[in-house]
Design a protein around this ligand. Structure first.
Ligand code: GUN
Length: 292
């Protein structure tokens, strides 16, 4: 069994990006610029955005953070999106989700110019991704594909089970694992109404668990030698931690790890890769713009 070290891989990729940016800047170019919009003070969102800004510093990017209070109107938010769409100095930007209930999240996502949508959430990017056109691929699925590639894991012709059908992870993950230039695998998507999840999982060479239920995937559901990718990051209370919680994956690690050939831990597996994928997308946005 080999542990897939997402933290080390993400650090290596950020170092590669930083070196590329250093060369661009030393040749007289400007640095790539990522902007983020954060609404309210949700603990998780604050942490994510803080880490995105830190990753920008690590990669030599410029970053801009615009904050709104919880009571921001949809119109104010759309105006800010429009401003970034038009701002030539911004290569890509994100609106941190979730948004307060009174704001139509989909409307905001669709207002982002798809050429600056480095989260890859705009339906134009989702559609382009699903037919294999150049696009921004959302951070978590892109991070997982990168990990599989960097660890030399052969996915072509393999049976892959994706647990979960969310727009952010499950659906794009299944699309990428199916496509010839990425996974080239035979993909089954399981969800809350799948008849026999255990049977599907036992047949899988690769399982990508993105169901959001701590310890869902147990040892008896996994065949010997399977590749296990755990996307779960449920916060569970833990009085021994300073933060008062710990992150719990969807995989019952102690049972599943001994049976697997490769496995991603939580934390330190998929998580660190998501932000580095966002940096990759921002660099891609910058380069595409420079060529235009
Ligand atoms: N909320 C949780 N994950 C994400 C993400 O990848 N991007 C944005 N914008 N919001 C999120």
């Amino acid at each position: 069994m080999q542990i897939i070290d997402g933290k080390a891989t993400a650090e290596a990729i950020k170092a590669e990006i930083a070196e590329e940016v250093r060369q661009i800047v030393s040749n007289g170019g400007r640095a790539p610029h990522l902007a983020a919009i954060l609404v309210g003070h949700d603990g998780g969102s604050e942490t994510y955005v803080k880490n995105k800004v830190l990753a920008c510093e690590r990669c030599g990017f410029e970053s801009t953070l615009v904050r709104f209070e919880e009571d921001v109107t949809e119109e104010e938010l759309l105006q800010c999106v429009d401003k970034f769409n038009k701002d030539e100095s911004v290569d890509g930007f994100i609106v941190q989700l979730p948004l307060p209930k009174h704001i139509d999240e989909q409307k905001v996502i669709e207002a982002i110019d798809y050429r600056k949508d480095v989260d890859g959430f705009n339906p134009i990017n989702v559609g382009r991704m699903s037919i294999g056109l150049p696009c921004f691929i959302s951070a978590t699925p892109l991070g997982i594909i990168t990990l599989l590639k960097r660890y030399g894991i052969n996915t072509s012709g393999k049976k892959c089970v994706v647990l979960g059908r969310s727009n952010i992870v499950g659906k794009p993950m299944a699309q990428l694992m199916m496509q010839k230039q990425f996974g080239d695998a035979t993909v089954t998507v399981c969800h809350s109404h799948t008849k026999d999840i255990k049977k599907e999982c036992l047949e899988a060479d690769i399982i990508i668990a993105a169901i959001g239920k701590p310890n869902f995937l147990t040892g008896d559901m996994v065949k010997e030698g399977a590749v296990i990718v755990d996307v779960g990051t449920t916060r569970v209370p833990d009085a021994t931690r300073k933060s008062g919680f710990r992150l719990n994956g969807d995989v019952k690690y102690d049972e599943v790890a001994p049976k697997s050939s490769f496995i991603t831990p939580v934390p330190g597996g998929v998580g660190p890769m998501t932000i580095c994928s966002l940096m990759k997308n921002t660099l891609q946005a910058y380069k595409t713009k420079s060529k235009a």
